[in-house]
Design a protein around this ligand. Sequence first.
Ligand SMILES: Nc1ncnc2c1ncn2[C@@H]1O[C@H](COP(=O)(O)OP(=O)(O)OP(=O)(O)O)[C@@H](O)[C@H]1O
Ligand SMILES: Nc1ccn([C@H]2C[C@H](O)[C@@H](COP(=O)(O)O)O2)c(=O)n1
Length: 216
Amino acid sequence: MIVTIDGVAASGKSSVSSGVARALGVPYVSSGLLYRAATLLGLEAGLELQNAPGLLAYLQIHPLRLEPLAGGNRIWQGERELTGELHSTRVDAGVSVVAALPEVRAWVDAQLRALPSPFVAEGRDMGTNVFPHAGAKFYLTASPHVRAQRRAQERPEDVPAIEAALIRRDALDRVQSAPAPDAVVIDTGPLTLDGVIQTILAQLPEQQRSRPASSV
Ligand SMILES: Nc1ncnc2c1ncn2[C@@H]1O[C@H](COP(=O)(O)OP(=O)(O)OP(=O)(O)O)[C@@H](O)[C@H]1O
Ligand SMILES: Nc1ccn([C@H]2C[C@H](O)[C@@H](COP(=O)(O)O)O2)c(=O)n1
């Protein structure tokens, strides 16, 4: 079975997906990391981020490998691990441009659809576009202020700067970021991280919830 967890930026998608995946004993798949890695490589290569043919040609020569695990995803370009470099302010600022390119979206979608299920997939369009037949779909929201306060715990910028950047990214990502009509929408603002995870687990079909945890 595939469970999709979509939502706005910094709504808790990765943390929640990891918790749900651990409870189910399956990997989770972070689609945003592929967009982020493509952005980092484009920036490093000095490419215009709108240059889809140039970016795709570069990615063919320097392929990326996503390693989906329940505890956290890692992403590699050959022997080089990119994971730790993908949540910088520079990548944040450019990634919406790359994610808006249809050619790049098709490249990401093909990689995701090639992964063996079961897994929990998180991103923006997992439930609408990539896995429309997923067995369970969720969409996370929270106000920009709440999300900025949470992000401020892990970034050097202050809350107003982070909030402004989140509002800008929400607007840029809006096209591919709508909830699926059959998704359960969860406002994570009043909930703890574990509260969100338990809310999702409680709504999964019984046979899915009782899967024994494995060592993924
Ligand atoms: N319900 C919650 N209560 C408190 N903190 C939370 C909650 N959910 C997530 N967080 C915290 O908010 C921050 C952002 O969460 P996370 O990185 O999982 O979001 P995301 O949606 O995957 O972000 P991005 O869109 O940038 O990839 C993290 O520090 C995480 O621990
Ligand atoms: N399925 C997806 C996943 C991500 N994106 C875009 C949206 C963000 O600007 C960027 C990084 O995602 P994040 O790590 O913040 O979840 O990638 C998308 O368009 N579709």
